[in-house]
Design a protein around this ligand. Structure first.
Ligand code: PBG
Length: 325
């Protein structure tokens, strides 16, 4: 016999005891479900690289939102697939654009469900970049002006929260000012504060058809090698009036989530992105790992690291399992 006073295994002897000492729990209310909305009717078009995720028309999205709300999910985040793309991403800030129409329909049908809108131009530009191109690069301040128009247009349609994902400098302050001047001082801004230039967005770009047609996003999204820079970005967002901070992607950046949690007091969201979802799906479908367990472990890790809110394509599946459906 070893003479051990401390035996941590004592607290692992039964499921009940393990549950009693469990430090982190997940419930459907931790989640936000992303939806891709397209024009048309009765459309539910599978996204090849994201099994289980579809591009849906507004009528289908409304039905989906009802279901999500009944499953206990508090919010959706909407991404738009426009009818046409152009260099300035005009449909993004058109009051009759796909997102504006979708927000109106969802808020009318399921008013209790929070609707968050992704504020960015990459889904709407023909070159696939997140803003206006001048001399081969995204021009910061011109882009910010359009993002302000987009955010106000989303708020006018009835969005509950706007979430800028473009990574332009100063956009949070400008959007805050624009919303306030337009009479939307009560609409919170969820900033994609710390958004890395990541390979894990690949499947999303399939879904939104938003792959940059030249170059990459390195002049605006962050270098995966950097962590102090995350503090700089988040500090600026706090100063500029953000109501939520976000880290994106999630699993490869758990250290960043933990660091933001320690350094800031605003609610913290983490985006478990398309590639993170696709990896687990693919391995699960191949029988290489247990998909449900890998999903839960991943999502739990994101919460344990410090996220208060998890944006994930697994939100619905998690909630269905949680509710025993
Ligand atoms: C728009 C945006 C992207 C994602 C969310 N908002 C794509 C990108 O930056 O290329 C990615 C989300 C995901 O991969 O699930 N800028």
């Amino acid at each position: 016999m070893q003479e051990l006073i401390r035996r941590p295994r004592r607290l692992r002897t039964s499921p009940t005891l393990r549950r009693m000492v469990q430090e982190t729990t997940l419930t459907p209310s931790d989640f936000v479900m992303p939806l891709f909305i397209c024009h048309g009717e009765k459309i539910s078009q599978p996204v090849g690289s994201m099994p289980g995720v579809n591009r849906v028309s507004i009528d289908v999205a409304v039905a989906e939102c009802r279901e999500l709300q009944q499953l206990g999910i508090p919010a959706v985040i909407l991404f738009g697939i426009p009818a046409a793309k152009d260099p300035l991403g005009k449909e993004g800030y058109d009051d009759n654009g796909i997102i504006q129409q979708a927000v109106r329909a969802i808020k009318q049908a399921v008013p209790e469900l929070l609707v968050i809108t992704d504020v960015c131009l990459c889904e709407y530009t023909d070159h696939g970049h997140c803003g206006v191109i001048v001399d081969g690069d995204v021009h910061n301040d011109t882009t910010v002006e359009l993002l302000v128009k987009e955010a106000i247009s989303h708020a006018r349609a009835g969005a509950d929260i706007v979430a800028p994902s473009d990574m332009m400098d100063g956009r949070i302050g400008s959007i805050r000012e624009g919303l306030d001047e337009a009479g939307f001082s009560q609409i919170p801004v969820m900033s994609y504060s710390v958004k890395y230039c990541s390979a894990f967005y690949g499947p999303f770009r399939d879904a939104a058809d938003s792959t940059p047609q030249f170059g990459d996003r390195k002049t605006y999204q962050m270098d995966p090698a950097n962590s102090r820079e995350a503090i700089v970005e988040a500090s600026l967002d706090v100063e500029e009036g953000a109501d939520f901070l976000m880290v994106k992607p999630a699993l490869p950046y758990l250290d960043i989530i933990a660091s933001l949690k320690e350094n800031f007091s605003l609610p913290l969201a983490a985006y478990h992105v398309s590639g993170e979802y696709a990896m687990i799906k693919a391995a699960g479908r191949n029988g290489w790992l247990d998909e449900a367990k890998a999903m839960e472990e991943s999502l739990l890790s994101i919460k344990r690291a410090g996220a208060d809110i998890i944006i994930s394509y697994y939100a619905k599946e998690f909630a269905q399992r949680y509710q025993g459906k």
